[in-house]
Design a protein around this ligand. Sequence first.
Ligand code: MV4
Length: 447
Amino acid sequence: MFERILVANRGEIALRVIRACKEMGVGVAAVYSRADRDAPYLNLADRAICIGKESSADSYLNRSRIIAAAEVADVQAIHPGYGFLSENPEFAEVCRSSGFEFIGPPHEAIRRMGLKTEAKKIAAAAKVACVPGSEGAISSNEEAAQFARAIGFPVLIKAAAGGGGKGMRVVREPSSLVQSLARAKAEADAAFKNPSVYLEKFIDQPRHVEVQILADSHGNIVHCWDRDCSLQRRHQKLVEEAPAASLPLKIRSRLGDAAVRLAKAAGYVNAGTCEFLVDAQNNFYFIEVNARIQVEHPVSEEVTGLDLIKEQIKIAAGLPLSFKQDDVQVRGHAIECRINSEDPDKDFRPSPGRITKLKVPGGRGVRWDSHIETGYVVPPYYDSLLGKLIVHAPTRPEALAVLRRALDELVIEGVQTTIPLHKRIARDSDFIAGRVDTTWVERVLLG
Ligand code: MV4
């Protein structure tokens, strides 16, 4: 096992990794930007190293500063958390060529999964159902028209280097295809420095279901079942739950098997997620792989009993998985609410500032993953996640009851938060009945 690792991230996920290291007896060094110098979690690390000014570009995205910090702290491995450099293949490569293990997939796998067209080709070869569309990037207007005619309108143009909803464009009729294609390519080039786009049939009001996988460096791969992440606003997830309540076990088993086949075919190692769209008839279609640990990993931890961060560290250290697929069983139901410092009344505008009062919920079935405390100042430079409220109970109705009372206990003053929105969701009859999809928040709740 590693003697010491570096956490190349901030906020709640930095604290999450620090906690895992302490429990494992692994030393841990943290990095911080000038904006985070007073962050309380830094005191829980063995040491903390300043890597630059407030802006992400000068700190958490600065590869050479992070490598320099790893050298100073004399660590053997680097955990990237999520966001920032977590899915940057060049960073993963630089870590390894500088003599540090990257706690994540091999850089080749990150690069392949970063191109959605590549990921889909691997999925198709592994007999994983994909959304009908172009096999690979579109090379001409004629080719686009042919595919669109074959699959039928509406179609969706997606950026090959995109993901997470960035660079998507719906085309409703043949007459607007050529212009939409030109605009999508220009946008993709500007956003991702890659003009490549592909085409998919537009799935109407899908649910978003994803499968957590763990792969060790000895060829063992398991899935850790599914999460439903359909509750989103502008591609920002609000609520996630495990298992996917609306799906029968049969479909969930097939999803898990598909994710494992895909991970095998991709040469995937470490923790990852296969994302699927599920239509109203429970047909599922693979869309992309997230080559990192995700914000919502705790709901899978709660229902499986696994510690996914510890598993990531053990895998990176070369240890084989200590369990088999049959050992990964789902117990009960877990729900996570992302608590952001945003103002739902002002179009979810970020609401940075000082936390003047904090009361954290507790009791049976409640987990609070957060780096904040009373007096903490939420900086304006980074994403606005304050913490994650995770509940776990034997059944979904019981988990909802725990969630409602935990949200009522949670008090955050000094900044605006998404707590009132979560209180509405947790009492909404559609949500309680599981009658939601990826369009529900904007179409019904906020519509
Ligand atoms: C789609 C789709 C409908 N049809 N693909 C958005 C995020 C990215 N991961 C994929 N996304 C979508 N792809 C086809 N062929 C609808 C979405 C989508 C969505 C997906 C997951 C979660 C929330 C979403 C919100 C709007 C659209």
